[in-house]
Write a protein that binds this ligand. Sequence first.
Ligand SMILES: [Zn+2]
Length: 254
Amino acid sequence: MANSIANLDIHAPSDESLDQRRLVLPAGVFDAAGRAHRCVRVRELTGADEEALFDRSSTSTNARRVSEFLARAIESVEGLDEPVDAAFADRMQIGDRDYLLLRLRQMELGDAVHQVVRCPACARRVDVDLSISELPVRRLPEPTATHRVRLAGAELLLRLPTGADQAAVAELALGNPAAANTRLFARLVLDVDGHGPPDEAAVRAWPIALRARLAAWLEANTPGPDLFLELDCPNCQADMSYAFDLDAFFLPSV
Ligand SMILES: [Zn+2]
């Protein structure tokens, strides 16, 4: 039972081609028979797609807006005979969704990103330049719909988080991250030591050690782009590492 399932890789898979608008997902989507599908073709985006992504007037969550956007952008998933709509994008894993956003940004607006970030220590503005193509991506060498892991003495069967999971805990996470974890774990864990899926009350009763180990495992193994940028302030040398907000990141620089 391998407790590490993903590889961190900076090289794009050989069957990916941005020119042909053919992308290879870091995790993949599964059909009813449990087969993984990873090759996705994406359309050229228009202003209407951009408006769909940034529509703040609707009451829908960020995760839901990304689903609606991806449903527009994805032309087809190779080998999958299923309509690509927002409900389909909801079921895609978080890292695959992030990966599509990143690559679409790269294809439509270029590889180079310039951001201005304020140093939290000295409050001076710092220019950050990077290439999207150089961001490392965690990929599953052998995608499977579920994963069996042993953590803090318990044997768990679990699946990885999707856009729907993200939407289900988003509001809770703002007020109480621990409660959001409880809800998330109850959604992801399909079995504990052969006793079946835990409900939220059972997950709440878990030892903190198990909850912490599961959070760390998900952090280390969830496929997708690594959006955490390590950075020291050039003025005062303070640590000013930060994670990209993909939502804002997709906006053209003004
Ligand atoms: Zn500084």
